[in-house]
Design a binder for this molecule. Structure first.
Ligand code: VGL
Ligand code: ZN
Length: 214
């Protein structure tokens, strides 16, 4: 019998973040090597009884799009009511092909898809709390009511939606484990290094998918 560093149990949930066409090769905000997450996620998901996904889901004209701010370019920043916002190419516009979850994900046993970033004026990297850091998505209530105590995170992108979600999972009182080889990063101006530091400071664990059994 194989022995693993970590064993997925009935109170663990695998949270698959934003594996959507626009973050994959050829997409509007393609994460370098983004499609490399799909095989490890599919393999990992077979070892979890409970799986949920997130889907970045923006209205056209969203405040995080550079095109919504005349004179601004993608990967620049702008000051919004809640603070500094990185500007992105238009991506994951609700109902468009770019917003679709990858058809290569083999997650038919997933129990929940949570959409985020659907308010025009607020971004939401985190699956738990929007970028104003106050508006809840409802995920922590769902997890608590279902009796989950630990969340394993994977998907795109390590330094934005995965990292922010992991930190907010800790803030909401859950254990959080980021599965490093099942994530890929955007890495904008050192954001990946910064994100790992912030995650470690918040008590987020970092593990490889091969170390997780179920
Ligand atoms: C994401 C930038 C903008 C992500 C979403 O999924 O990491 N990054 N929207
Ligand atoms: Zn987005």
């Amino acid at each position: 019998m194989a022995s693993y560093a970590l064993q997925a149990t009935e109170t663990d949930l695998l949270l698959v973040i934003d594996v959507q066409a626009d973050f994959l090769p050829g997409g509007a905000l393609a994460v370098p090597d983004g499609d490399a997450v799909i095989a490890p996620i599919n393999a990992l998901a077979r070892r979890f009884r409970h799986v949920a996904l997130t889907q970045d889901w923006h209205p056209a004209g969203h405040a995080s799009f550079a095109t919504s701010h005349p004179g601004k370019s993608p990967f620049g920043t702008v000051e919004l009511a809640y603070g500094t916002q990185v500007l992105w190419p238009e991506h994951c516009v609700r109902g468009t092909p770019g917003a679709e979850l990858s058809p290569r994900l083999d997650l038919r046993h997933a129990e929940l898809i949570i959409r985020k970033g659907y308010r025009s004026g607020i971004d939401s990297y985190s699956a738990f709390r929007e970028a104003d850091r106050t508006t809840p998505t409802g995920l922590s209530g769902y997890l608590r009511e279902r009796g989950f105590t630990r969340v394993f995170l994977c998907g795109l992108a390590t330094d934005y939606c995965v990292g922010w979600s992991a930190i907010d999972a800790r803030a909401a009182g859950f254990q959080a484990v980021v599965v490093e080889d099942a994530c890929r990063a955007i890495d904008l101006d050192g954001s990946l290094e910064r994100s790992w530091g912030d995650m470690a400071g918040a008590g987020v664990e970092r593990e490889q998918s091969g170390a997780i059994g179920g």
